[in-house]
Write a protein that binds this ligand. Structure first.
Ligand SMILES: Nc1nc2c(ncn2[C@@H]2O[C@H](COP(=O)(O)OP(=O)(O)OP(=O)(O)O)[C@@H](O)[C@H]2O)c(=O)[nH]1
Length: 357
């Protein structure tokens, strides 16, 4: 045993159930204090508000895409966490990092091996991948990131088993197994896995990852604490920069391995919305364009309603409910993010704004 703080990385494609699992972890009666780091695709923080009991222990990193920028941010956030103390011990028992659904978890995991300071104080416990049983086959076909997430995992949670039949589950499991022969696969509904199958595993297998990528634990340019990978063609000299949005969207031209055809569109409105009109618009939108909408979610200020309307969609599957009331001094506003292919931003914005009450 070491006194290093264990870190669990939750990965999995958009909408697979990472936040659902996170909320399960945070609400279980375990007497532990977790620091949660959420990295979200899109500019408006939504995940932060969807994590239960979201308070000062949730740290958000909103970046348009995931590469060296996020690792620099991650190092800063983790280093900041390590400085906090409870009497005689660190402020947290463990750290959980929820990566964006579009991220290759490799660079995130790498952070815990290449930065000396982080390495000295933390221990990567495991990388757990959530898999959406209904949509994963299509994603494994068309998304390199989805394949990497599965290949990289120490444990795979095959979630949403309620949405498919047994034959399909068996087929999915066979395919996951081909991508990752070693990680145990646990079936789950609403991420209902026993927590001892996710936390405290001591499961991150560096040897296995070095088989896949021998360069994994080496700083790419051989510098002390260098955290960038060989794909990064940017000018790296400043690890202390804040969010470096400036280079977020140029990877395509540099051959960066992101899914450049996928776009995240953030919408917001400071006036209340007409609930009926908004729901009808969203239903119609998902009906017509659900194939292209990988993920949508939002928090809506509904006219005449004290509670916030929270909606979530993965392709055509939509869930929504009224959640906690707006606080007396809280800014009441509606915000939503749509992530997908071939989305018409102007039309989405116009449709959204037309729902104003
Ligand atoms: N039917 C069904 N829906 C589920 C299950 N698990 C999660 N969901 C729903 O799937 C949607 C996405 O779940 P999240 O936990 O937000 O997924 P995520 O991976 O955090 O999503 P991103 O952060 O956007 O990538 C939500 O509407 C959940 O309620 C499940 O086992 N079955």
């Amino acid at each position: 045993m070491t006194d290093k703080i264990p870190v669990t990385v939750l990965t999995g494609y958009l909408g697979a159930g990472k936040t659902t699992l996170l909320n399960r972890i945070l609400t279980e009666d375990h007497g532990k204090r977790y620091a949660v780091i959420v990295n979200e695709f899109g500019e408006i923080g939504i995940d932060n508000d969807l994590v239960v009991g979201a308070d000062e222990d949730v740290f958000e990193m909103n970046n348009g895409c995931v590469c060296c920028t996020v690792r620099g941010d991650l190092i800063r956030v983790v280093a900041g966490l390590m400085k906090r103390q409870r009497p005689g011990k660190p402020a947290f028992d463990a750290i959980i990092v929820e990566t964006t659904g579009l991220a290759d978890p490799g660079p995130v995991a790498q952070t815990f091996f290449v930065d000396e300071d982080v390495k000295a104080k933390t221990q990567l416990d495991s990388v757990t991948a959530l898999v959406d049983a209904k949509h994963v086959m299509a994603r494994l076909d068309d998304s390199k990131e989805a394949r990497e997430q599965v290949a990289f995992a120490d444990r795979i949670i095959l979630n949403k088993v309620d949405l498919v039949d047994e034959a399909e589950l068996v087929a999915v499991e066979a395919r996951l197994r081909r991508l990752n022969p070693l990680a145990p696969i646990t079936r789950a509904e609403r991420a209902n896995v026993p927590l001892d199958q996710v936390l405290g595993l001591g499961g991150f297998d560096l040897g296995r990852i070095l088989d896949i990528n021998p360069e994994f634990a080496n700083p790419a340019h051989g510098e002390h604490g260098h955290v960038h990978d060989e794909h990064c063609g940017h000018d790296h000299h400043d690890h202390d920069h804040d969010h470096d949005h400036a280079h977020d969207h140029h990877h395509g031209a540099r051959g960066h391995a992101h899914e450049d055809d996928i776009k995240g569109i953030s919408l917001s409105l400071d006036r209340p919305m007409d609930g009926t009109r908004f729901t009808a618009w969203l239903d119609r939108l998902l009906g017509e364009q659900g194939q292209n909408i990988l993920r949508a979610k939002g928090i809506i200020d509904v006219n005449g309603e004290d509670r916030r309307l929270v909606f979530q969609a993965v392709h055509m599957i939509l869930e929504g409910d009224l959640q906690k009331p707006w606080g007396a001094n809280e800014r009441r506003w509606s915000r939503a993010v749509f992530i997908g292919r071939e989305l018409d931003e102007a039309a989405l914005r116009a449709g959204f704004e037309a729902c104003a009450a």
